[in-house]
Each structure stands twice: as structure tokens, then as C-alpha cells.
Design a protein around this ligand. Sequence first.
Ligand code: SF4
Length: 283
Amino acid sequence: MILFSVRKLKAGLNRKVNIMSYENYENMDLKGSVLRIEKSSIFDGDGLRTVVFMKGCPLRCQWCSTPESHHKRIQTTMDGSITYGHIMTVEEVMVEVRKDIPFYFHSGGGMTVSGGEILTQSKFVYNLVRRACWEGINTCIETSFYGDWNEIEPILRCTNTAFVDLKLMDPEKHKKYIGVSNDVILSNIRKVGSKKMDNMKLIIRRPLIPGVNDSKKDLELLGRFLAELPGVDHLQLLPYHRLGIDTYRKLGLTYKLPDIETPSKEYMEQCAHITNKYVRTII
Ligand code: SF4
């Protein structure tokens, strides 16, 4: 019990723990479709993270590196050698997350829920972050915000850091390269970012896809939009990469952007220079 209390203090989560002190094991048997759980990530929030990747995504970014996350159903490769996904309960995920508590304690890390698009399983994700929060575990989410605000808002109440992808401002290009309108995404980002928050960090991410969303005009549009949102902590620019191409082949799918190269560090710095005029930018 002493260790448990110290951990809550260390994670600095007493505020959230107090809010939810009396919510306990409700919905811990809820089932979700989980792609995989990765340990010790240093790229998905502060410290060492346990990343829970959920299956299911209504978007189709042409550069997506995880096509195996698109469908909620469990999938196998064409030759049947690899299976993607497991059905797990909230408690079964928490069992895996709790194993890493000693690493969170020393690194300031915690659990990150990613996708796919986590909002396709919003009830499961809500119960997962709520439980982690109740146990004093730092929580991050990675999302495109393509979902219903009424489902997003409860998740945010149990979230320490939200990483939100904003891939394109231009509505036509968004539809062309991602398959859906960006109206709901922009509206949800405005709702969260319109005021400063004490209890949650909002970080906007832009994967930079050369020739698609990295023109001066694209970056200026992004910078100006974020400059109006005081709740945004900073913008993070991520370089395009080609990881995951092999998975398309294994699933019998076609990768639509085969000729794009990963941008150089110098190029990333030039792009950051443009957006930094409007919003603090890191690469
Ligand atoms: S939102 Fe993420 S998981 Fe969905 S298609 Fe885009 S990159 Fe892939």
C-alpha cells in the first residue's frame, strides 16, 4: 500500500485520482480488439511507455505504416503465417501495463493508447485510461480526433497528454490523401485547444509527407490555425518513413506512395522554421 501511494505521488496524478477514487472495477471485463502491446517505448510520451495499439481506423492515410491496424477484426497475412490482433479485456491489458510500473517510477513514464484510431473503440479506451488513471499511472493518447466529441471528452478527463495528428488543413487534399473530410478533426481540435489547460498537455503532430503536406502554404496554414489555440502546448513535426511497406505486401494490399523518400534533418529544420513563427515547434 505504501508503494502504491508513493507511486501516485511520483506520477503527480493525485488530482485525477481524487476525481475517480470511487470508480473501481466497473467494465474491467469489457473486450476490445488490441493490435499489440509494446514495452519501453521512448517515442510516445514522457519516460518509458507501455503502448497499447488498438485496432480499427476509419481513415486511410496513403502513407500509413500500420495497415494491419485498419480493421477491428483479427487479421492474418496472405500466407497465414502472421496474425494481427487479440481480443483482450480492459483488465487483461492492465495486467500487462502493471508489469511495467517499476519503469514508470524511474523514468516518469506510463501507458500510451494508440492505434489505428483509438476512437473506433472509445468505450474500451475510456475504461482503460480511467482505470490506469485511478491506479496513478500516467496516461497518453495518440489520436486523429476523428470521432464524436461526446466520446472524446470523457477520455480527455483521464488523459495527461494528448497527441493529436493534424495531417492536412486543405479539405480537398485531406479527402484525397486520407479518404475523409477534416471538418470533425478541426472542430475537435478547436474545442480542446481554445483555452489553456492545467491538467492536460495537448501536442499537435504533423507527419511531413514530401509533396503532400509540406509546402510553405501547407505549413503556413497549419501554423496560423494553431496560433489561434492557446491550449496547444507545441507542434511536433515527424519525418515520413517507409516502415510498414512490407506489411502491405503481406496483407495483399498496395502501398500508394512508393516513391517518396524520408526527408533530411536539414529539411525538417527548414519546415520547423516556418511553423515556429506561429507555434512552438519541435522535430
Ligand atoms: S490515422 Fe493512423 S492508423 Fe489510421 S490510416 Fe492514418 S496513419 Fe494509419
